[in-house]
Design a protein around this ligand. Structure first.
Ligand SMILES: C[S@@+](CC[C@H](N)C(=O)[O-])C[C@H]1O[C@@H](n2cnc3c(N)ncnc32)[C@H](O)[C@@H]1O
Length: 236
């Protein structure tokens, strides 16, 4: 029983470390990480100090020739997190090549399908290839990207692979699988102004805004989604 409980504790701890690792790599400030994961700051610092060890064991497997998907499966990481290590210090163009995407001219974008390695199965999921091209042409590494309606998480996943910081929000809250998407419901106040989920001195370098396509998928989203609003209010 003792060893069962300690195994269980180790798995939970590992899950927590992986979440911290992901949020930290996306450039989410430490107070927000601690708040989101229910940790006190000193405990977060303790976890953060373990990050290089986590990265080392993954890097060792990569250097032994295991593929990104094998390493992800072995360490219980998501593929985009392993890509973020596997592609460290690489230029964007090399990253595209390694990810198997190739680069298309800016007005000729079209893909057959979503790249299943990035984001979750989600109504209105956007292809990671599209996000990657937007990031390539309109931002640079380490820039801060904001996705206010991040849904299945394609934007943060792609940002991990292309080394962009990324803050994401959505009304749908999935703390276990998507802690980096902070829960927030955008509403217009009576003065028609937006209220903001976080205060920050810095500004985003690029905003990727992928709202619901009016009422097309309304049935698949929360009843408070803007897709349920009358058209005039939806547009506002
Ligand atoms: C088209 S989906 C985004 C899909 C995402 N880009 C992806 O690839 O998975 C639109 C998202 O807007 C969110 N949403 C709708 N109304 C919202 C609101 N008022 N505040 C926050 N999120 C909202 C929905 O929950 C949904 O996840």
């Amino acid at each position: 029983m003792d060893s069962y409980i300690s195994d269980l504790r180790a798995v939970t701890q590992m899950g927590l470390d992986i979440n911290i690792f992901r949020m930290n790599r996306l450039g989410i400030p430490q107070d927000r990480i601690a708040n989101r994961l229910g940790l006190i700051r000193t405990s977060l610092h303790h976890h953060l100090s373990k990050m290089p060890v986590l990265a080392n064991s993954t890097n060792t497997d990569l250097s032994r020739g295991f593929t990104v998907s094998q390493v992800a499966e072995k360490h219980n990481w998501t593929e985009p997190m392993v890509w973020s290590l596997a592609l460290e210090d690489k230029e964007d163009i090399v990253r595209f090549k390694k990810l198997g995407w190739g680069l298309r001219t800016w007005d000729q974008w079209g893909w057959n399908d979503c790249d299943k390695r990035f984001g979750d199965d989600w109504p209105g999921r956007i292809p990671a290839q599209l996000i990657a091209h937007i990031l390539f042409y309109f931002s640079k590494q380490n820039d801060l990207i904001l996705d206010p309606m991040a849904g299945g998480g394609v934007t943060p996943d792609t940002c991990l692979a292309l080394n962009r910081r990324c803050w994401t929000f959505d009304m749908s809250d999935r703390p276990e699988t998507r802690p980096e998407i902070e829960p927030y419901t955008w509403t217009l106040s009576s003065s028609q102004e937006l209220s903001w989920p976080v205060s920050s001195k810095g500004k985003a370098d690029l905003i990727i805004f992928d709202p619901p396509y009016f009422d097309k998928k309304a049935g698949d989203y929360d009843k408070n989604s803007i897709s349920g609003l009358p058209k005039k209010e939806y547009l506002e």
